[in-house]
Design a protein around this ligand. Structure first.
Ligand SMILES: Cc1cc2nc3c(=O)[nH]c(=O)nc-3n(C[C@H](O)[C@H](O)[C@H](O)COP(=O)(O)OP(=O)(O)OC[C@H]3O[C@@H](n4cnc5c(N)ncnc54)[C@H](O)[C@@H]3O)c2cc1C
Ligand code: FES
Length: 265
């Protein structure tokens, strides 16, 4: 897999609200190689880079986008970059979503998970694959990308905890409600990204509905390229006698089939 470090130019910093920004970066090699579900590891004001899912990649312009929620020092630094600045980007990294042999995609995103799933929806639009987007937010005022999703997705369902969007409740409840009325179709897959507790619920709903599900895990990371083992995540072991094994989220993931993820330990 091609992964490369480049000095990316900040083309735009779109501040969505106090805590959230979208950076548009000129990074042609990343833009050409990136696949939905992959991430970049971006240098910041700390020794360690910060991993961010690729929200969009356009090989024709050489641009990529990343959505950033400020949770600490590194993301605050990244979200305050200005047009024309250079930042070091390593990527594209990791194993993205498996998108072969599918006829219908349901993406379920919560919080910052809404960002990387936009890339999936864009891929579906380009490939002519039917797509449904379920996005969960705290409230309408904290929501983002709703217009952009509406353009790409065949159907959208925006849920908010505060009850001021399409569906009152969380993304899991919204998915459950959607599936109740959705006609079955062979080749349907559920792809999810967001808080771990949400993805665990989505995986359970998918299992009960007998639909395949892929989850994008967000472990703490350091190197992002498989060397340091900081990102080890618990996976159900295939070998008899072992209950769990560990895989590197940054290389074997971040996307895994839901059924192999060990949630409970
Ligand atoms: C594959 C991958 C894709 C990601 N994609 C995005 C994205 O598209 N947009 C986005 O805003 N964020 C994303 N993240 C999370 C982002 O990397 C972290 O929020 C960031 O590294 C925090 O850095 P910081 O210096 O601001 O905060 P820190 O000071 O390092 O941490 C602040 C708080 O955030 C928690 N935290 C830090 N990193 C993580 C993590 N990986 N998972 C859960 N909690 C964490 C810490 O425990 C601490 O409580 C992704 C993470 C991974 C692993
Ligand atoms: S972050 Fe270093 S091995 Fe995954």
């Amino acid at each position: 897999m091609q992964q490369i470090e480049c000095q990316a130019v900040v083309l735009e910093n779109q501040r969505l609200n106090e805590q959230t920004s979208i950076l548009t970066l000129l990074a042609p090699v990343v833009a050409t190689a990136a696949r939905p579900g992959q991430f970049v590891n971006i240098s910041c004001n700390h020794l360690l880079r910060r991993p961010l899912g690729i929200m969009d990649a356009d090989p024709s312009t050489g641009q990529i986008k990343v959505g950033i929620r400020i949770v600490g020092d590194g993301t605050a630094w990244l979200a305050s970059r200005q047009t024309g600045e250079l930042i070091s980007v390593l990527g594209p990294l990791g194993h993205g979503f498996e998108l072969s042999k599918i006829s219908r995609v349901i993406t379920v995103g919560g919080g910052t998970g809404v960002f990387p799933l936009y890339f999936v929806q864009k891929w579906c639009y380009a490939q002519g694959v039917e797509s449904i987007a379920v996005c969960g937010y705290r409230s309408k005022s904290e929501s983002f990308l709703t217009d952009e999703y509406a353009v790409l997705s065949c159907q959208t369902l925006f849920a908010s905890d505060s009850g001021d969007m399409d569906f009152a409740g969380n993304a899991g409840q919204a998915l459950q409600s959607l599936l109740t009325d959705l006609p079955p179709q062979a080749g349907t897959v559920i792809l999810t990204c967001g808080p771990k507790i949400m993805m665990q619920k989505i995986a359970e709903i998918a299992r009960n509905s007998q639909l395949p599900c892929q989850v994008s895990l967000e472990e703490r990371m350091a190197c992002g390229i498989g060397i340091c083992l900081v990102c080890a995540c618990k996976i159900k072991a295939e070998a008899a006698g072992d209950s769990i094994t560990h895989l590197r989220c940054c290389v074997e993931g971040p996307v895994f089939p839901a059924e192999v993820v060990e949630w409970s330990i």
